[in-house]
Design a protein around this ligand. Structure first.
Ligand code: NAD
Length: 436
């Protein structure tokens, strides 16, 4: 079986490499010269654990190819996946589907025979219908179907998520498209990954509903963490106590500086707009967006307050810059507003991130100093702030942190440290919703 993948970013590249691993021939089309150049030279344009090996294997097996010739890629392909970006549209919060629609039109012009055109990008309800209209307008004679197959993988564990998904959602009206996509996903259904066939609109909405629900769960525990601080409770225990209830579940109950990344912020905003447009506004989603924005914007003020009301002239060590560990993605990372404000308030910021310092550099103030490792950032710091929970930070010894810092304040926005151990080392420890 042959397919084409339009877009070789986080989702397109991972999906392509995984499909190739499962035995499908995949032609990836990428327009970004740098990304394509890297892929053609065998380098990874993004960081995702295990992806380099999987891509190398797919290429060596002759099943995975990269190029910018869309017509060549779609020729003979049974399914064409569109995995291009759908960022927030400037000004109104809607998802910008212009890249998706442009790709769909290019595909429609290039097709030489029957194929299913599938959106893997996260797209607003009605996009599948718009793609079908474009295809009818551009190529009225063409035999083709449209389907929606939203992707639920998480950066940092993307390959495992793709290969062992909780579910695969496929929205289409067409029996023929169902057969093609059912065959493509057969290796996963054989290992009992549930495949949910739905209408296109349902599949489109399911993706936004899933991300918004998770964003709401994170926002809920963030608020509970704030309350724990006030009443002297411990949010870890509250999270455990509620998470053991299977109706609630343990995951996504870790408080932090507010959700970021390439998906939750834009998808909550888009669902908020979609539901307003359709006359069924979601006040829960609206509130989640507002609460999270305020949290991210106010996080630096909390650090400053803990530092005694000013960070002017103080050295602040910042550990972790990405929006979460195991990725190099800096999109909407909470570190960006936090570091900007600390620098604005006169702090000298010494930052370390295991993977993303080059990605972070253009987004952060020039005055930031980048360190080779966590310990170098911590040396002689007045304040230590943990923004991303990379595993290696958990291994830092509290005693060594205490010995090498000039000050004693540790602001742990991800609860990577053990509060009693930090207090025992003589550090002034602040964890999210925890007591030292
Ligand atoms: N990143 C995630 O964790 C994740 C998870 C699930 C779903 N999604 C969704 O998947 C979609 C893609 O996200 P991403 O993070 O992979 O984005 P990305 O920006 O990393 O990748 C998109 C790629 O598409 C390329 N592109 C754009 N137009 C093209 C065209 N006409 N032809 C060929 N290539 C083209 C871009 O150059 C870019 O490399 C979005 O809708 C996103 O919401 C992302």
């Amino acid at each position: 079986m042959r397919i084409a993948m339009i877009g070789g970013g986080y989702v397109g590249l991972v999906s392509a490499a995984c499909f190739a691993d499962l035995g499908t021939e995949v032609a990836v089309v990428e327009v970004d010269k740098q990304r394509l150049g890297a892929l053609q030279e065998g380098r990874m344009p993004i960081y995702e654990p295990g992806l380099d090996h999987l891509v190398a294997e797919g290429v060596a097996a002759g099943r995975l190819t990269f190029g910018n010739d869309l017509a060549k890629a779609v020729d003979g392909a049974e399914a064409i996946f569109i995995a291009v970006g759908t960022p927030t549209r400037r000004g109104d919060g809607h998802a910008d589907v212009s890249y998706v629609l442009a790709a769909a039109e290019q595909v429609a012009r290039a097709l030489t025979g029957y194929a299913v055109v599938v959106t893997k990008s996260t797209v607003p309800v009605g996009t599948g219908r718009r793609i079908a209209e474009i295809m009818r307008r551009v190529r009225p004679e063409l035999e083709a179907d449209v389907a929606s197959n939203p992707e639920f993988l998480r950066e940092g564990s993307a390959i495992g998520d793709f290969m062992r998904p909780d579910r695969v959602v496929i929205g289409t009206k067409s029996e023929r498209a169902r057969e093609v996509l059912g065959r493509l996903y057969r290796p996963l259904s054989l290992i009992e990954a549930p495949i949910l066939f739905t209408e296109i609109e349902t599949a489109e909405l399911t993706k936004y509903a899933a991300n918004s629900f998770l964003a709401m769960k994170v926002t809920f525990i963030n608020e509970m963490a704030d309350l724990c601080e006030k009443v002297g409770a411990d949010v870890h225990d509250v999270a455990r106590g509620i998470g053991m209830d299977q109706r609630i579940g343990r995951k996504f109950l870790h408080p932090g500086p507010g959700f970021g990344g390439s998906c939750f912020p834009k998808d909550t905003l888009a669902l908020m707009r979609i539901s307003q447009d359709w006359g069924a506004p979601s006040r829960l989603v609206e509130t989640t967006v507002a609460v999270n924005e305020a949290r991210k914007a106010g996080m630096a003020a909390r650090i400053i307050q803990l530092a005694g009301g000013s960070v002017h002239g103080k050295t602040v060590a910042v550990l972790g810059l990405t929006f979460k560990p195991e990725t190099d993605d800096m999109r909407d990372a909470p570190s960006v507003p936090i570091v900007a404000r600390l620098v604005e308030e006169g702090a000298q910021v010494r930052a370390f991130d295991p993977i993303a310092m080059e990605h972070a550099r253009p987004l952060l103030p020039e005055a930031v100093t980048y360190c080779h490792d966590a310990q170098e950032a911590i040396n002689q710091a007045d304040v230590l702030v943990v923004i991303t929970e990379w595993n290696e930070f958990r291994a830092l010894s509290p005693e060594r942190v205490r010995e090498t810092m000039r000050g004693r304040l540790v602001v742990d926005l991800r609860n990577v440290f053990d509060p009693p151990a930090m207090a025992a080392a003589g550090l002034q420890y602040f964890g999210m919703g925890r007591r030292a």
